[in-house]
Design a protein around this ligand. Structure first.
Ligand code: GLN
Length: 583
């Protein structure tokens, strides 16, 4: 195929309908048909990227291999497909305006009045083309809801796109809500009609309407939407609420969505091989057992802040054939005088995880949770900040460096075990700013981390963006994504090592600690990178797989793994009264 085909996905009625999942599912279906696809998210906000946004407001920042800080929908795109996205795949109004204003300052518009149409819209179209260069199909999601003032330049740009590229190359898919009104005992199509009307008023005619609903739409409702919205009846697709987001590609396929798309775009493609998705869906339906993981963080009231983490835990569960229940625990709960009683919050948990984060809020609570896991042999997984705090906890409570801390939280600490040393500064051009994106790491084979990658690499490597290479001496080279400013301070390596702390993964030049673990503990592992950005349901991340497996062992050691219905009652009880404490 020589010409790229474009699918634009807009949303109407309300936000949070799952436009990102719908877009990712379309991509998964087209990829399963052998097409070379890419995806892009157009975000109408003025921020240049979400890197500086508060996770409470915006949710997770997803990091790509090339170090872009992007919208969390890119996480869905990568989890549902094998593509590895880059800076180009998330475009914001901020970026567009930034480059148009820069061009204007350079005099590139030759004295013309610089306007939304054509200058802003041309820049948007240029960026869409750059991101989709050489691909068979580009699936482009427009953030926000039709009717928002901010999204107008994007909608105008995609309207023009069909004129520029031809009708047979550009398809509009609109996602709406068809609510069921209980009192009337009826499904209502009016919000859909209105939102399509809004879209048509700005010149975009959707060919396919995906309707979020709590049930499959009956034929008469489809016919009504088709008639009022000027689409074919079989182009009205139900996106019924599914138990798992990983059921969505199959559900949309059953509704005929992918064949409708390739029909409209006149693409020749093989019938899709959905066997892997079917396996996942079957596995999810038949899971009988479960474990509970306690996630101790400060963004626990907005689950979107830990989107990739949640999904990776679910993937780790799938790989172990069980459901993972995630119990969010606010680390600040452990900061008061009653923190020992509050540890009862871990009841039912078989593993503890401290995820990434910034700033000093809740830090001491996280350190207490880590200490609890270490002393009581509970599997622990520390990610980025969670790894840094794991070393601080160890320094304070095992090495006797009572005031050990990270330079981030205490600039005058006598023992900055997490800091940034002069010789670490020039690595990867990070200077005083963040280390962002993919970096290589060498793991020693006879470690928990090394064994995790070795044992699970086959499945993990199903996704071609993942990388695990074994060198002639048996060490393992991986590449994982980073987003942090501080590093383990090499000054403390020896004292840690001499007391049984293991640095299992380091940068190839040995200057940076990437993974650490404890020798005399069933599973106490921390990594400076974010493995959650590389996990997918079809290729679960080795570290999540092994963490969950350790949690299962812990569960079994405290009583037999029980079936779902009994799990609450029989979940292992982490009774802090019986256990030791040092903090
Ligand atoms: N705040 C820490 C740092 O900047 C950890 C960051 C993170 O967890 N992503 O180094």
């Amino acid at each position: 195929m020589n010409k790229t085909k474009y699918i634009f996905i807009t949303g109407g009625v309300v936000s949070s309908l799952g436009k990102g999942i719908a877009a990712a599912s379309i991509a998964a279906l087209l990829e399963a048909r052998g097409l070379n696809i890419t995806m892009q998210k157009l975000d109408p906000y003025i921020n240049v990227d979400p890197g500086t946004m508060n996770p409470f407001q915006h949710g997770e920042v997803f990091v790509t291999d090339d170090g872009a800080e992007t919208d969390l929908d890119l996480g869905h795109y990568e989890r549902f497909t094998s593509i590895s996205l880059t800076k180009k795949n998330n475009l914001t109004s901020g970026q567009v305006y930034d480059s148009v204003i820069n061009n204007e300052r350079k005099g590139l518009y030759l004295g013309k009045t610089v306007q939304v149409i054509p200058h802003i819209t041309d820049e948007i179209k240029k960026r869409i083309m750059e991101a989709s260069d050489g691909k068979d199909v580009a699936i482009i999601e427009i953030g926000g809801t039709v009717g928002d003032i901010e999204s107008l330049p994007f909608l105008e740009a995609i309207r023009q796109f069909q004129l520029d590229k031809g009708r047979e190359n550009v398809l509009y898919v609109h996602l709406t809500l068809v609510p069921f009104i209980k009192t009337a005992d009826e499904l209502k199509t009016k919000p859909t009609q209105h939102s399509v009307k809004e879209l048509r008023a700005i010149g975009i005619e959707p060919s396919i309407i995906i309707c979020r609903a709590d049930r499959v739409l009956p034929q008469d409702i489809r016919a009504k939407i088709a008639l009022f919205c000027n689409v074919e009846a079989d182009a009205v697709i139900t996106a019924k609420d599914e138990e798992s987001i990983y059921d969505v590609p199959l559900a949309l396929h059953e509704e005929g969505l992918d064949s409708k798309i390739i029909g409209y775009l006149n693409i020749w493609a093989k019938s899709p091989d959905l066997s892997e998705w079917e396996k996942i869906s079957d596995t999810l339906k038949t899971l009988k057992n479960s474990v509970t993981i306690g996630v101790v963080g400060k963004y626990v009231y907005l689950k979107e802040s830990y989107k990739s983490l949640n999904e990776s835990l679910i993937h780790g569960g799938i790989a172990n054939n069980l459901t993972v229940n995630i119990k969010y625990i606010n680390s600040e709960d452990f900061e008061g005088d009653d923190w020992k009683e509050r540890l009862m919050e871990f009841d039912g948990c078989s593993g503890i995880l401290v995820p990434g984060g910034f700033g000093s809020r809740g830090i001491n609570g996280m350190i207490k949770a880590i200490n609890y896991a270490r002393i009581n042999n509970i599997p622990y997984f520390g990610i980025c900040l969670g790894m840094q705090l794991m070393t601080i906890e160890y320094a304070r409570n095992a090495l006797g460096l009572k005031d050990a801390n990270s330079y981030e939280f205490d600039e005058i600490t006598p023992d900055p075990v997490i800091s940034i040393m002069e010789d670490q500064k020039d690595i990867g051009n990070m200077g005083g700013t963040m280390r962002l994106g993919a970096y290589p790491c060498i793991i020693s084979k006879n470690t928990l981390a090394g064994q995790a990658y070795l044992k699970n690499s086959k499945k993990y490597l199903i996704n071609k963006k993942n990388s695990v290479k074994v060198s002639h001496d048996g060490n393992i080279m991986i590449s994982e994504r980073h987003r942090h400013r501080f590093e383990f301070n090499n000054k403390y390596r020896e004292i840690f090592k001499s007391s049984g702390f293991v640095f299992s993964g380091v940068s190839p030049d040995d200057k940076l600690i990437e993974i650490c673990e404890l020798k005399d503990h069933p599973w106490f592992v921390g990594c400076q990178f974010h493995p959650e950005f590389k996990s997918s349901p079809l290729s679960p991340h080795p570290l999540f797989k092994e963490f969950i497996s350790a949690a299962v062992k812990y569960f079994n050691g405290s009583g037999a793994l029980k079936t779902k219905s009994k799990k609450q009652k029989n979940a292992p009880h982490i009774n802090n009264k019986k256990k030791n404490f040092t903090v």
